[in-house]
Write a protein that binds this ligand. Structure first.
Ligand code: HEC
Length: 229
């Protein structure tokens, strides 16, 4: 009888779905999933997260307008100094192959000084610019990649996108020259606001330390502070 048969199957489907939801919730509560950053995800979880990340960024970045003149020297100088202050601790720089962040973060930050990153292959230059701009501006949930929009306007983010184009070609010396920032200019929040003054004192590793900061930090720690992060 067709009607009895379809009623029976409906019950089965509901039972199977209920069992699946129950097992999923039971697994979440069981505490069995290893959440530590030193144990890699299972392949299925990795695939699901990668697909989620790629689809989400591609769709959100689709309509971003790329400004003209991304290769202008001014942009490279501004973007280089910001990159050195805010990004090199995680994404490295010419002559440096690892840091505590690349060793310990999961997912590991890609080495942007050695390659063009890990965005899906086959993108044209504009698509790569949009992709990077979006990631830098908004960050990526549940990874170490922060959103930089708070405190940094779009122009500064585009300057960093411009710098990233050139970064893999630079020698360590060229990198030092391109990223140098005058100590007197203070940290990368050049507005001199209370907030940036407060945070610079608390985190002396942001920006290049001044002579006084270097001396103070050496007195406190007995070590030379690092120039970045
Ligand atoms: C605390 C570490 C950390 C800092 C600081 C950081 N990032 Fe990231 N970044 C990450 C991680 C981790 C990822 C990878 C996230 C993922 O794969 O889900 C990432 C991804 C990216 C990507 C995407 C690369 C790709 O190929 O898909 C770009 C571009 C990027 N970061 C640029 C920057 C810039 C520019 C800065 C500085 C303004 C910066 N990041 C600062 C950790 C960091």
């Amino acid at each position: 009888m067709p009607s009895g048969r379809s009623w029976f199957c409906g019950k089965c489907v509901i039972a199977v779905m209920g069992a699946a939801v129950f097992s999923g919730v039971a697994f979440l509560y069981s505490g069995l999933y290893p959440i530590g950053a030193d144990v890699p995800h299972e392949r299925l979880t990795s695939w699901a997260l990668r697909t989620l990340r790629e689809r989400s960024i591609a769709s959100a970045a689709r309509d971003i307008q790329v400004p003209d003149g991304l290769d202008q020297p001014d942009r490279l100088l501004q973007g280089g100094a910001d990159y050195n202050n805010m990004c090199a601790g995680c994404h490295l720089q010419p002559g440096r192959t690892k840091s505590d962040f690349t060793l310990g973060l999961y997912p590991a930050p890609p080495n942007l000084a050695a390659s063009q990153g890990q965005e899906p292959a086959g993108r044209d230059l504009d698509a790569r610019h949009r992709w990077r701009f979006w990631i830098i501006k908004h960050g990526i949930k549940a990874s170490g990649m922060p959103a930089w929009a708070p405190g940094h306007d779009d122009e500064r983010i585009w300057n960093m996108v411009a710098f990233l184009d050139r970064l893999p070609e630079l020698t360590p010396d060229q990198y030092q020259i391109l990223t140098a920032r005058d100590d007197d200019a203070g940290d990368h929040h050049r507005d001199g606001s209370r907030e940036s003054l407060c945070c610079r004192n608390q985190i002396p590793s942001i920006g290049r330390p001044t002579t006084q900061e270097r001396a103070a930090a050496m007195r406190m720690t007995g070590r030379r502070p690092r120039a970045t992060f």
